[in-house]
Design a protein around this ligand. Structure first.
Ligand SMILES: Cc1ncc(COP(=O)(O)O)c(C=O)c1O
Length: 395
């Protein structure tokens, strides 16, 4: 077997794709694999201990979200949460043969877009609100797309590719006044912006633990009480009958610990990431003066860890391979579309030419990056770009 590259060898700048599990989070999870392994539905002590751990996890996540514990549904991640939010809110209307409509945006993650497309096949009408050239959506445009038969508005809190922070509280206030259920995919924002559901005015909110230093394969859908959602997974009555299947206790316990820590570290995380990200960008600008920023110019409207840039005359994927050979991990779009040579749907929606989309790279910094790594990564990037440009005969 080939030796896998270890994290120690890598300058990891792809935290929007995933984050490492925090060491403290891992230690909280471990006993639930082989010591406290009971099934939370069992009535003996081992099972009830697992049940108590689930209850504690639910309570701690509810505290961070500012909601009731019974409004938290554990899922396998944000893909499931987003699918349930859309399908669960729309299927009942379809079953009743009532006209139904969703408002969403052109820059959502595929977990929302593909669910919306699947509903379109079933006869649901979908309005895709466009963003501006920086990836920002306007609350007025979202509300202008609403119709009498709108059953759901779904707008992401922050975009995974360019970090654009959307006006969720503004949309939430109007949606509430008009009585329209409102979902937000808060996956990328969870460590940066407080996901307090009442401040945001949302009825449904999706999270995925591995984006905030928790484990992969576990997430949350917050569902405000009395939201008319139809649950999709039938089974043994777990999650109060809302989602059948034995609960993944270790991952859920880890997710709760990770979210609490992310909430507690929030201000320090924002300051640290912004400093690192700005350092990386200024070093890149010094070394590659024609590199340009994709996404919001206003730092208040862009996630503090996100740097998405275009480098004229190169293919992002070629540069990524060169960076990888030097131990730098970054992304040419969202991780889910890597390997797909279609230009990113988000950059395209912002009006970028196909050529500029293909010349784009995303760097997302995290808690453990250092200033030295920023300088080294910028240097490696500049060398890679100049090598690729000279091979391609670009000055
Ligand atoms: C904004 C957003 N939503 C949803 C998802 C899906 O999360 P998961 O793959 O953990 O289900 C991602 C993952 O990249 C994301 O960035």
């Amino acid at each position: 077997m080939l030796n896998p590259q270890t994290a120690d060898d890598t300058i990891y700048l792809d935290h929007a794709a995933t984050t490492p599990v925090d060491a403290e989070v891992l230690s909280v999870m471990l006993p639930f694999f082989s010591e406290q392994y009971g099934n939370p539905s069992s009535i003996y002590r081992l099972g009830q201990d697992a049940r108590a751990a689930l209850d504690r996890a639910r309570g701690s996540i509810a505290r961070v979200l500012g909601c009731q514990a019974d409004e938290i549904l554990f899922t396998s991640g944000a893909t499931e949460s987003n699918n349930l939010a859309l399908v669960g809110m729309l299927r009942p209307a379809r079953a009743a043969a009532a006209a139904s409509h969703i408002v969403t945006t052109t820059i959502e993650h595929h977990a929302v877009l593909s669910a919306a497309e699947a509903l379109e096949v079933e006869g649901v009408a979908v309005s895709y609100v466009r963003c501006d050239s920086e990836g920002l959506v306007s609350a007025a445009d979202v509300m202008a797309a609403v119709r009498p038969e709108t059953r759901l508005i779904s707008v992401m809190m922050a975009n995974n590719e360019v970090g654009a922070i959307q006006p969720i509280a503004e949309i939430g206030a109007v949606a509430k006044a008009r009585g329209i259920p409102f979902h937000t995919d808060a996956v990328q924002a969870a460590g940066t912006l407080p996901p307090r559901v009442d401040d945001l005015g949302v009825d449904l909110l999706s999270l995925s633990a591995h984006k905030f230093y928790g484990p992969k394969g576990v997430g949350v859908l917050y569902i405000r009480r009395k939201t008319p959602i139809a649950y999709q997974q039938h089974g043994g009555g777990q999650e109060g009958g809302r989602r059948g299947g034995t609960e993944n206790v270790p991952l859920i316990v880890g997710m709760a610990a990770a979210l609490e820590k992310a909430d507690w570290l929030r201000d320090a995380y924002v300051t640290r990431c912004q400093g690192l990200r700005d350092r990386l960008w200024s070093r890149i600008q010094e070394a590659i003066p024609d590199a340009t920023l994709n996404g919001p110019r206003d730092p208040e409207r862009r996630l503090p860890n996100n740097l998405n840039i275009a480098i004229p005359g190169v293919q992002g994927e070629t540069i990524l391979l060169g960076l990888d050979m030097e131990g730098v991990a970054a992304s040419a779009g969202s991780a889910c579309t890597t390997g797909n040579s279609e230009p990113s749907h988000v950059l395209r929606a912002m009006g970028l030419s196909d050529e500029r989309c293909r010349a784009s790279l995303r760097f997302t910094v995290g808690r453990d990056n250092t200033v030295e790594q920023m300088d080294e990564a910028a240097e490696i990037l500049a060398e890679t770009v100049s090598r690729v440009r000279s091979l391609a005969g670009v000055a």
